[in-house]
Design a protein around this ligand. Structure first.
Ligand code: AMO
Length: 453
């Protein structure tokens, strides 16, 4: 918009006339005056239409929330007693000279400031995303991705774009969406960039990617999505899985510092707190040690179980928060039977792998491990897991022609965002969540409420 002044820059124009392009957040009528809260991408400001600008006042009286307007106004400093120190731009006000309506808006089908039930939130997603709460969630999510990229670039990682159409399931385990490709051939949607990031260790040594992945899990839980964003990394020349854990720990510390700098307003709005990080290393225990601790402290005997249950993950995290000054806990050494074929066994702990999960505020947000880099050992492991090495011949070339000892991690962006901001359901951290019952609209009743719009 020609000559537009952004709301965050209004302070530079006190006593001057400006043009603002904005959306009406709220309209309040006080006798003959109309007050508007106007928002643009940089902030919110109060504007007032006065009787001495009759034409502007008449247009202002027509406005409703979500109307898009161009406003010509004078920027006034508020008198001392009218200053709202706790509000952004609380010390200035726009005196409206004229208003042009750029787009009209119907009445919102929900009250913008009240808590919404999750289905209403998703049914009206194009509108609910405009709320402060949702804008804060995705502003923080964007900062997480930014920090991820910035930190890893600084550590010598190269970014790559992973394919999303794959021939077969990369993990040999996760639930896969299959679809018809060309000439009656079936293909799958990628569940992870796993095989490609390992191949690329042979090219760039350290790589990372951020991208959409697909999981055909028939879970309707607060932790599962069918389309998610995975932040992956893979690094060569490691001694063992602990080098990968150290990279992940460095990343989480960097993320804390970054969010503190960029996202204080969003955290305050969400009533969320930055993660507790210990001064020394993140708490780390083997699966067996974790199970023994749970048994000792709670009496629940799950020693020897191949994995942690969601309730164990919650308990361990609250224990770490209370006793170990950390919202993060590493659990290592999951059994060979539970981890994918590419995971390296730990010769010192028979039956267990050099693998780990990172738990954060009650949920697993990261999985990682040292990988098998010896070609023959990898083929043998595939066979022992009932996989056909011939199907992996493309991937196996990287190992036949030498690849450094390496390891890496996959981090679920929506779970991290969810727990960072204390959201109840991971779906709230996905702009347009896909689950068993919903692709934008509920699948069972495809007309939903949008027919009223
Ligand atoms: P994994 O399958 O454990 O590991 O996935 C890694 C992380 O991705 C997130 N995640 C999910 N988030 C929401 N909904 C889902 N359905 C879902 N599935 C996974 C979780 C999880 O910790 N290739 C390995 C990683 C590696 O070893 O590098 C992998 O995909 O936060």
């Amino acid at each position: 918009m020609k000559g537009r002044t952004l709301i965050a820059e209004l302070h530079e124009s006190i006593d001057k006339e400006v043009t603002v392009g904005a959306v009406v957040d709220v309209r309040r009528d006080h006798g003959k005056l109309v007050f508007l809260d106007l928002r643009d991408r940089t902030g919110v400001v109060q504007a007032v239409a006065l009787p001495n600008h009759a034409e502007a006042l008449a247009v202002a009286q027509e406005l409703r929330p979500e109307y898009v307007v161009r406003v010509e106004a004078k920027v006034n400093k508020r008198p001392e007693r009218m200053v709202k120190a706790d509000q952004p731009n609380g010390d200035i006000e726009l005196e409206i000279l004229s208003v042009t309506i750029l787009a009209r808006a119907s009445e919102l089908p929900f009250d913008k400031d009240t808590a919404l039930n999750i289905d209403t939130n998703f049914d009206y997603r194009p509108l609910t995303l405009r709320r402060d709460r949702e804008r804060a969630i995705f502003a923080v999510q964007a900062e997480i991705v930014h920090a991820y990229r910035e930190y890893l670039r600084g550590e010598g990682f190269s970014e790559f774009q992973a394919p999303k159409i794959v021939g077969d399931d990369a993990e040999g385990g996760a639930e896969v969406f299959r679809f018809e490709y060309f000439n009656d051939r079936m293909a799958s949607l990628a569940t992870s960039p796993q095989l490609y990031k390992q191949i690329l260790v042979g090219v760039y040594e350290r790589v990372f990617s951020t991208g959409t992945m697909f999981r055909a899990e028939r879970h309707s839980t607060s932790r599962h999505l069918n389309e998610l964003t995975m932040l992956d990394l893979e690094m060569g020349f490691i001694d063992d899985h602990r080098d990968v854990m150290a990279a992940m720990e460095g990343l989480m510390r960097y993320l804390n510092t970054h969010l503190q700098k960029t996202s204080a307003r969003e955290f305050a709005l969400m009533e969320a707190t930055l993660p507790l990080v210990p001064e020394g290393q993140f708490p780390t225990m083997t699966l067996k040690e974790a199970q023994e601790l749970i048994k000792k402290e709670t009496g629940a005997d799950k020693v020897g179980a191949p994995d942690l249950d969601p309730e164990d993950e919650r308990w361990l995290c609250s224990y770490a928060n209370e006793h170990l000054q950390s919202d993060y806990v590493f659990v290592t050494h999951y059994p060979t039977s539970k981890r994918p074929f590419y995971t390296m066994d730990d010769p010192e702990v028979p039956g267990m792998t050099k693998s780990f999960d990172l738990l954060f505020r009650g949920v697993e947000i990261v999985s990682g491990s040292q990988r098998i880099h010896d070609h023959d050992a990898l083929v043998q492991k595939m066979e022992s897991k009932g996989l056909d090495p011939a199907k992996f011949s493309f991937y196996l070339q990287a190992f036949k022609y030498g690849i450094p000892p390496h390891g890496g991690t996959g981090l679920g962006l929506e779970r991290l965002t969810q727990k960072m901001l204390g959201l109840e359901n991971v779906k709230e951290a996905s702009l347009f969540p896909r689950d068993m019952n919903r692709i934008d609209l509920l699948l069972a009743k495809d007309t939903a409420h949008t027919s009223d719009l």
